[in-house]
Write a protein that binds this ligand. Sequence first.
Ligand SMILES: Nc1ncnc2c1ncn2[C@@H]1O[C@H](COP(=O)(O)OP(=O)(O)OP(=O)(O)O)[C@@H](O)[C@H]1O
Length: 677
Amino acid sequence: MLADPVTNLKGIGEKMASDLAAMKINTIADLIYYLPYRYDVLEIKPLNELIHEDKVTIEGKVVYEPSLTFYGRKKSRLSFTVQVENVAIKAVMFNRAFAKKQINAGDMITLTGKWDAHRLQITVNSYKKGLAEEQTKIQPIYSLKGNITNKKLQKLIQRTLLTYENEIKELLPSSYRNAYKLPSKKEALWAMHFPSSRIVLKHARRRFIYEEFLLFQLKMQLLRKIKREETNGNAQHYDPLKIRTFITQLPFSLTKAQKKSLNQILADMKSPFRMNRLLQGDVGSGKTAVAAICLYGAITAGKQGALMVPTEILAEQHFQSLTELFGDQAEIALLTGSTKGKKRSEIVKAIEDHEVQIVIGTHALIQDDVYFNDLGFVIVDEQHRFGVEQRRTLRDKGLHPDVLFMTATPIPRTLAITAFGDMDVSVIDELPTGRKEVKTYWIKENMLDRVLRFIAKQILSGEQAYIICPLIEESDKLDIQNAVDLYHQLEAFYPPEVNIGLLHGRLPANEKEQVMKQFAENEIQILVSTTVVEVGVNVPNATIMVIYDAERFGLSQLHQLRGRVGRGDKQSYCILVADPKGEIGKERMRIMSETNNGFDLAEQDLKLRGPGDFFGKKQSGLPEFKVADMIHDYRALETARNDAQEIIENNLLEEDDDYIDLKNDIEENTIFTDKLD
Ligand SMILES: Nc1ncnc2c1ncn2[C@@H]1O[C@H](COP(=O)(O)OP(=O)(O)OP(=O)(O)O)[C@@H](O)[C@H]1O
């Protein structure tokens, strides 16, 4: 059976079993679904089309016996001449003396390696005897561990497929498979592992992409259906009049988009069904303001509300601004990892006794010993950083509040609806009036002096600046060192009356808090920081954002950082210090300089970037697909979404035999309760 352990197969010793386990191949099914992550295509081009220093494949006839020379200790060089299109090409191969016995004059041979167009020479990486036509031209490349090689794995897969191919379930209903001319699952699996041509491979991929999306969409829509039908009986009877008065007391009037989103959220709160909504808005579009009004609404309904944010800095900031905003209309508490001891137990007790109405915090606020008296409404900021785990904790405490997720990562609207298929989506696609576009410039490091003088000038007129430090890959420690160095350099550069602050992740919470407070109150004019200020920090008087090594960031992260300025009515500036080597990096800098709107930027990013990094690695709370890519294969995602809708609406899973495999698979592989937190 496919579910049997892979060690049931013949010829798998202990070492191989542990290597396979390291590749997460435990069952026979794991093995046959272990798909290549890329394919090397041996394409033979005419000599005059080969590009100097590229990796190329050529084929021809060996003209003389190879000559082997040794040099140094154990080093060797094998050289021979190959006739290709009547031209004599020199081939050299290092440290593979054994090949001398295998390559003989008169042999036909295919060589892959680095091409030197000036010397008509190839430095061979791999060779195969015979012409390319007689060999597989498309070579699957797997990600491997231990002693397993591509060849070994392929042989094992081949053997296994031959034995088990009849157990492979088709899954796709024939009507859809026929309509899109997709190969059967069996054919597609063979083609993924042993592609006979590009076209066959393309169709196999097409099939897997569609299948993955269809399954994903079916699950999403089933969840949505279940959620819709489920009531938590938690209708919040808020007081519309009080809410209206609260809104008129705000120092600004709401934008149209804010009003629309607010109404959608309030309607969800009033209904007995559980809210599961995503609030999306560009940086600085006023999401937090909307969230505050909803929290107030929950209080007027006699409920408690909670706001969960990803960092302590943000929690502190929201705590301060909401305390100011609510005045004596609500009791607000702050609960983070650094709230400790007596203070913590007092807060926890006050939450339990409903003396506190709003709790703001990091995930510390859903820890074991925190019990809410009557939690009606939870807002989760930057949803991707909170996992199913945390939401399940709430459920385990018997809490079924309405949940609103907020994100400032602009995702093109259609994509958001498709990706978050089980959620309702509200979008704030408009900035408050009076905002000026942030002027963005891309410069090289040698122009920094000018930038520093420009900052000095702006500070004189009362403004403030952020400087985001150079990044050192995967080294938190060195990043901090960099920040400290930069801080000292700037201290030396500016006169003593300019106060410079330093912020990084390793500072103790109270110091971070202190620095942010001083910056917010303009006691510090320049804040040198690592990327800890990335999300949500709100200091409207700051007008300059300098980002070192800007090419190392994705567009959405750059946009987030830029969003820390331009939050008031003063002209703001973003200066990207970057020297990108590749075209994509340059294009990114250009796009950033030209585009201010996060949604436009996201659309452009969609077109520009390769699969995978649109959402940024660490941000991804999105499902992972084996073959499909949500951005690249967006069309297929839409098709699958429509088909899933049709299947659910017509109840085909239950009523049509053609759907039985699909139904079983969904039931086996979906843990609905996990999602229904
Ligand atoms: N309708 C409005 N008119 C004018 N100013 C507003 C309006 N709504 C919010 N603001 C102000 O704009 C700034 C940004 O608002 P807020 O912090 O709510 O945005 P956000 O969308 O949460 O931002 P980010 O995602 O970047 O953290 C705040 O200073 C806020 O007081």
